[in-house]
Design a protein around this ligand. Structure first.
Ligand SMILES: [Zn+2]
Length: 473
């Protein structure tokens, strides 16, 4: 499959929703583009909209960053196919179990809008390959060099950059009020149908807790904020406070954007889950860092998504990111196929981290006869058994290495024999991911039925222990 044209992106979504009606709902965005195109998103999940938290992904905002649409269509396809088939999903060295796919589909909604800006994509694919903006002619005065608005500078977040930012911070990366520039932010905030479509989903699906806007390129995942460095001590120093107009956007300056400490920790944890899962595919190392560390920005999708609940506390707190995949806008298709795997794994890893699942979990089993397990979120207390891998021969898994050990400290206060009798102090089980081939069929493995504890030097016969499912937070 080479890069899709804009018709193919939309028809892929329509076909997927048609093939998986119980888990994939087609969303038709209400605002046609300037050239009259209708775009679609899909909502994945068995739970009704707005009854569970949602994970929202957008792509194709910037026309020339072609592969974002492929990444997101691929992700929808893989999740639908895996859930329907009761299998996991594998990308290179990274494998997500059927239980993890099931958890994502059953516990949250995933809303995926792969091609926000089809007019721009079409123009990039047919006429000017490095086109970035949409194709709005309203502010061009008939001059073809002044066509288009940057959909990632058009949002209602410090959009009026000439007022909000320090003069020293103002440059073409931040945003521009010149229609001939690639970062032209439009004549008004949220003026564009593409921007309005992104926000239609924010407004319609009221429990969006995680948002990722997929871009290229730089091999990063950026978390908010993008306008300035962050701080968590002064709640009054924030984007809504006009007293700080003219001061924002300077590295090392006195202004820093307020970011609650707890959110910062969550953002970093989610971004690290992305880079960790991504790295397991083929060893690519993406960086997790604040958006501002690239350069100051105004009116971006990620800052806007996260800012919504500060501006209106009735709105959901959407922890927000921008992914910058790859090292060029339009990689050769053979490389793009690998990037699709990388980023798909990262996005699933982020979703599982959001759910509180960072490992796959063994549930209520008295043997380890099967790799496929159930998950649940209802275990506040738990215990770890670290599976540091087993002999490849024992598992039939290349690259796994042997040992089981119990985490230090837990052995002192837990009974190895009857953990069920102490439901508030059970061991937490953490089964580390074992490298897998890209097989889509569930891999059966049989573990040795005993293991040694380094503390006790005893043997535990797993047949006697009912291993309970635990999620680590
Ligand atoms: Zn971009």
């Amino acid at each position: 499959m080479p890069y899709m044209n804009v018709t193919e992106v939309e028809s892929a979504l329509i076909a997927l929703a048609g093939a998986h009606p119980s888990i994939c709902e087609l969303i038709t965005l209400p605002n046609p583009t300037i050239e009259g195109r209708t775009t679609h998103a899909v909502r994945l999940g068995t739970q009704a909209a707005n009854t569970v938290d949602a994970y929202y992904l957008t792509g194709g905002v910037h026309a020339r960053e072609w592969g974002s649409c492929e990444i997101l269509v691929n992700l929808v396809t893989d999740l639908c196919d895996a859930y329907a088939g009761g299998t996991g999903v594998g990308y290179g060295g990274k494998y997500f179990s059927a239980a993890e796919v099931k958890a994502l589909i059953q516990q949250i909604n995933i809303i995926i809008f792969p091609c926000v800006n089809p007019d721009g994509r079409n123009y990039s694919q047919t006429t000017v390959p490095l086109w970035r903006k949409n194709r709005d002619t309203a502010d061009s005065g008939g001059d073809p060099t002044k066509v288009g608005i940057d959909i990632n500078r058009n949002q209602n977040f410090l959009w009026d950059f000439n007022t909000a930012f320090a003069p020293a911070a103002i440059n073409v990366y931040l945003a521009s009020s010149d229609p001939s520039q690639d970062t032209y932010h439009g004549h008004a905030t949220q003026s564009e149908p593409e921007t309005q479509n992104i926000n239609y989903i924010h407004d319609t699906y009221t429990r969006i807790r995680w948002y990722v806007d997929v871009h290229s390129y730089s091999e990063d995942i950026l978390y908010v904020w993008g306008d300035d460095e962050s701080q968590y001590t002064d709640t009054n120093m924030n984007f809504q406070n006009a007293a700080y107009n003219g001061q924002r956007g300077v590295l090392g300056g006195s202004y820093k954007e307020y970011l609650p400490d707890g959110d910062l920790g969550a953002l970093v944890g989610l971004a690290n889950a992305f880079t960790k899962s991504l790295a397991e595919v083929r060893g690519k190392l993406y960086f997790a860092k604040p958006g501002f560390s690239l350069y100051a920005t105004s009116g971006t999708n990620d800052d806007y998504a996260y800012s919504r609940h500060f501006a209106d506390p009735s709105k959901s707190n959407a922890l927000s990111f921008t992914v910058e995949w790859g090292t060029e806008f339009q990689p050769a298709w053979t490389e793009m196929q690998e990037i699709i795997k990388d980023v798909s794994a990262g996005l699933i890893g982020l979703g599982l981290e959001a759910l509180g699942i960072d490992s796959f979990i063994v549930s209520n089993r008295d043997t380890f006869s099967s790799y496929e397990v159930e998950t649940t979120l209802s275990y506040p207390n738990a215990f770890y058994v670290m599976y540091d891998g087993f002999a490849p021969g024992a598992l039939g898994v290349p690259g796994a290495s042997p040992t089981i050990q119990f985490l230090d400290g837990l052995m002192e206060r837990q009974s190895a024999r009857c953990p069920q009798r102490q439901p508030q102090s059970l061991w937490k089980i953490q089964v580390l991911q074992i490298p897998r081939s890209e097989s889509r069929s569930p891999l059966k493995w049989t573990l040795p039925m005993e293991a040694r504890s380094p503390q006790r030097r005893g043997k535990f016969t797993f047949r006697r222990v009912s291993l309970e499912c635990r999620i680590s937070r």
